[in-house]
Design a protein around this ligand. Structure first.
Ligand SMILES: [Zn+2]
Length: 340
């Protein structure tokens, strides 16, 4: 089947009470890892590429990797999503490359760093929604700002500063009415990158109650949790056991994500966990077999390690077992849906 708009996947997830991991791709091994996990678990797939990924791998390579995934896995619904589009132009160029979903992150100005105004955010997101929906492509927006920086995108807020930029439920409601987005990323105290919390997060720093409040007000909007890697201790330990230097850190516990999924969260962005798994596996080969020099000797275990993490998340979020149940719709069909 052709690439599927994200809205189709999130609607099915909402009707059936599960969440879907939004997994980032920069190269061939990462998309292969995701597809290995999805095939094994019969999971619908959201693969996403940041601006940094598009620059790193080049749009043409990236597009063909996605098309290869589609060709090799005809029974799995796969969505290709632009992660953190910084401007309408970034989103439109993604659509031109065949992405079936885009995030217009107008919570930051076009430089991807400085928090913007509500009016700018609503206006630019509305513009993207109009043009994306006209061709059946889904749109994710964001209100509030996360901590940290990922791929050069982010205000670089500390965890404490991020607590001052949490999503305001009134504004979230207004934003959805003003823009017509399919999905809304909310800021609830999480940060991008590996360093999210300095201890296992409790309700004072990870505001799951805020998700519940937003979901009460917007029961028909798909909510998105960013910066939601769990940063497992064992992955930190593997890296550090083989010469790495990851400072002790804590991510978003899987059980908190599951609580979010019970309250309208349909997309959960996970990138750091994949990165940690890959790095740990490569470090292990380098440390244990310093004589090896064939990239396949370390990329193969790296790919397997990432697939394991992806598989665990797909099962925990409940998307496993659902690929075959989704009636795929093309972007073309979605044009009629949005016209109604
Ligand atoms: Zn994000």
């Amino acid at each position: 089947m052709p690439l599927v708009p994200m809205r189709v996947l999130l609607d099915h997830a909402a009707e059936n009470g599960y969440g879907i991991a939004g997994l980032n791709v920069n190269n061939m091994e990462q998309i292969q890892a995701i597809m290995m996990a999805a095939t094994e678990t019969d999971s619908p797939v959201i693969v996403q590429a940041s601006r940094g990924a598009r620059k790193y791998s080049n749009d043409a390579y990236l597009r063909h990797l996605m098309l290869a995934a589609v060709e090799l896995n005809p029974s799995l619904p796969i969505c290709m999503h632009q992660d953190h589009g910084n401007s309408a132009e970034t989103c439109f160029s993604a659509i031109a490359q065949g992405f079936t979903s885009v995030m217009m992150d107008g919570s930051l100005s076009e430089d991807g760093k400085v928090p913007s105004t509500y009016d700018y955010n609503a206006q630019v997101t509305r513009k993207v929604v109009e043009q994306a929906h006209a061709v059946g492509v889904s749109v994710e927006g964001e209100v509030g700002a996360l901590g940290g920086i990922e791929d050069g995108h982010g205000a670089g807020l500390s965890q404490a500063e991020a607590m001052e930029h949490l999503t305001d439920p009134d504004q979230a409601e207004q934003f959805v009415a003003d823009t017509g987005v399919d999905a809304l990323a909310v800021a609830i105290g999480t940060s991008h990158g590996a360093y999210k919390f300095s201890r296992k997060p409790t309700g004072d720093v990870l505001k799951m109650d805020l998700i519940e409040e937003i979901h009460r007000r917007l029961p028909n909007t798909h909510l998105v949790m960013h910066g939601s890697s769990s940063v497992p201790q064992e992955l930190q330990d593997i890296i550090n056991a083989f010469g790495g230097a990851i400072k002790q850190t804590y991510g978003v516990p899987v059980e908190e994500i599951q609580r979010g999924i019970k309250n309208g969260v349909r997309k959960v962005n996970v990138d750091t966990d994949s990165r940690l798994a890959i790095t740990g596996a490569i470090r292990k080969v380098f440390a244990e077999s310093p004589g090896k020099f064939d990239p396949r000797d370390y990329l193969k275990p790296a790919r397997e390690a990432m697939a394991e993490v992806c598989k665990a998340r797909m099962i925990a979020f409940g998307q496993a077992g659902n690929a075959g149940k989704i009636k795929p719709l093309t972007c073309k069909k979605m044009v009629d849906f949005y016209k109604k």
